[in-house]
Design a protein around this ligand. Structure first.
Ligand code: HEM
Length: 501
């Protein structure tokens, strides 16, 4: 048996693009925005194979374009491949305390366990009638004002989380809580970008005096704002709980049962913030992408409506209790997430925390691995017609992705679009339910169509995304119309009986 050292001597380096001496491939990456980087990674993957290595200023990075390899490394060898290695600006602003970007240390483990208990299936079940109410509220708002879907979906994505995690509902997209978080998250997301924060790819800049480097000053300003915002919120929560004014929520439970949680106070404020930051953008993106896809693929909208109608009839709206009977809705959710991930999602790199060898390739400790959705979720064997939005792949036995029973499958757990292994998204069940409930209610109540000109010609658009790591669709138009007046009456009645905090 060869020792690791002996094996390493025989191991080779993975192929990859030639870089400049010392700079490596940094110049190419520094000049690209994030959407550009997805394209560069995909191109390199196609050129050099399933495992491609490149370097930027001495930092080694690997691109993985094959799901089996990504699982092999991130899941089976998860003890080595679960560190983070987030860009410098991200680590600086979040002070290595945000569980999404922080290294794999004891603090991250404590935060992970707190997140698991916050958004696990039992607590979702406990809070899912609130989620259902939030969806009804949204639907009612859309019936009243169909063009407000961008804002209403944003409000919904926030409010499902704030009601269960924090104990309050946000009633409008212009609520200061949303505005403040949105502005802040947009800046935090920008901190992934080498074009905005050159110190991400040029380590030498990190040591420069702040007065010389505007981007370092921006980082410090954001760090302070981030910290102040989280602690101010914590102060308000503590006061509400002390005064007996706080409604039931996971934050309240945390404050009242502090001993049950191992996180430090600082870790706890970052964990709540990370769940809001990580948990609002992606569902919002998927809700908007869904509208677009329903216009683009009306046959799937019809199938969704037929299934919901067959299951619940005309006299009541679908609710979370119908979910086991709505496989087509769940398939549309999963396929929407797949579609959006392919075109717009970058994911978060996993960092190797010890030297390793895989398939005769040697990887150095500290290498950052990027599993590319644009390739993995289009893999020809798993997704034979991968470029097509085709929810049938989750519903019909002829597809390799089909699984039974349909009361359970398709679901999003272990779906690569939510990441892998120990770093996999803790909010996967929560997100899935948020989307399934909204898609089902929307399909039951409304038709989703392209707007048309005065001659009835459809005014089609192509979907474009913002150039940031968790990008949202840019504004587009969509015609939402109630299917009939009885359904509208049912929505209005249900909305009158809502009991939101
Ligand atoms: C459609 C919705 C969502 C998608 C597609 C999504 C996707 C992802 C992905 C790809 C990762 C990186 C996993 C990895 O590194 O392997 C991740 C991590 C994370 N997600 Fe989500 N997510 C969604 C919703 C949510 C929700 C609702 C929450 C909160 C309740 C959440 C909280 C987080 C956090 C905190 C992390 C970092 C985990 C860690 O580094 O340990 N996400 N998500």
């Amino acid at each position: 048996i060869l020792s690791t050292r002996q094996r390493m001597q025989g191991a080779k380096l993975p192929p990859g693009p030639k870089g400049w001496p010392f700079l490596g491939n940094a110049p190419e990456l520094a000049s690209a925005n994030i959407n550009g980087i997805i394209g560069i990674f995909k191109k390199w993957g196609q050129e050099y194979g399933a495992i491609t290595q490149f370097s930027a200023m001495g930092d080694k990075q690997v691109i993985l374009t094959d799901e089996k390899i990504a699982r092999e490394l991130f899941v089976k060898r998860g003890n080595k491949y679960s560190d983070r290695g987030a860009p410098h600006a991200v680590e600086y602003i979040s002070m290595k305390q945000n569980p999404g970007f922080r290294p794999k240390d004891e603090g991250w483990r404590r935060q992970r366990s707190m997140m698991q208990s916050a958004v696990n299936i039992t607590s979702i079940n406990k809070y899912q009638s609130l989620m259902d109410d939030e969806a009804t509220f949204t639907l009612h708002a859309l019936v009243q004002s169909p063009d407000s879907f961008h804002g209403e979906f944003l409000r919904y994505s926030y409010s499902v989380l704030t009601t269960s995690l924090l104990g309050f509902s946000v009633r409008s997209a212009s609520d200061p809580y949303i505005r403040q978080n949105e502005d802040f998250t947009a800046e935090l997301m920008n901190s992934f970008r080498p074009d905005c924060f050159p110190s991400n790819v040029f380590p030498v800049l990190r040591k420069m005096p702040m007065w010389l480097m505007p981007s370092l000053r921006t980082m410090e300003r954001l760090r302070k704002e981030y910290v102040d915002h989280m602690w101010a919120f914590r102060g308000r929560m503590e006061k509400k709980v002390k005064d007996g004014l706080a409604t039931e929520s996971i934050y309240k439970h945390f404050l009242l049962n502090r001993d049950e949680y191992s996180v430090t106070d600082e870790e706890s404020v970052h964990t709540f913030q990370a769940m809001i930051d990580g948990g609002t953008r992606s569902p919002h993106n998927n809700l908007l992408t869904f509208l677009f896809l329903m216009m683009e693929f009306p046959q799937w909208q019809k199938k969704l409506q037929k299934e919901v109608d067959d299951v619940v009839g005309k006299d009541r709206m679908p609710s979370y209790m119908d979910i086991p009977n709505l496989p087509t809705v769940r398939a549309i959710v999963k396929e929407t997430v797949r579609y959006r991930s392919i075109v717009a999602e970058m994911g978060i790199g996993h960092c190797l925390d010890t030297d390793d060898i895989y398939e005769d390739y040697f990887f150095e400790k500290g290498t950052v691995f990027n599993a590319i959705f644009a390739s993995i979720l289009m893999d020809k064997e798993t997704y034979p017609d991968g470029e097509l939005f085709n929810p049938a792949r989750w519903l019909e036995p002829s597809y390799p992705t089909y699984k039974e029973p349909l009361t359970l499958y398709p679901h999003c757990r272990n779906f690569p679009a939510f990441g892998y292994g120990r770093r996999a998204c803790p909010g996967v069940d929560f997100a899935e339910r948020t989307l399934v409930i909204m898609f089902a209610k929307l399909g039951w109540t409304m038709n989703i169509r392209w707007p048309a000109d005065e001659n009835g010609n459809e005014l089609r658009e192509t979907l474009k995304y913002e150039p940031v790591p968790a990008p949202r669709p840019l504004k587009f138009s969509c015609k939402l119309e109630a299917r009939d007046s009885e359904r509208v009456n049912i929505v209005e009645r249900a909305a009158r009986n809502l009991n939101l905090h």
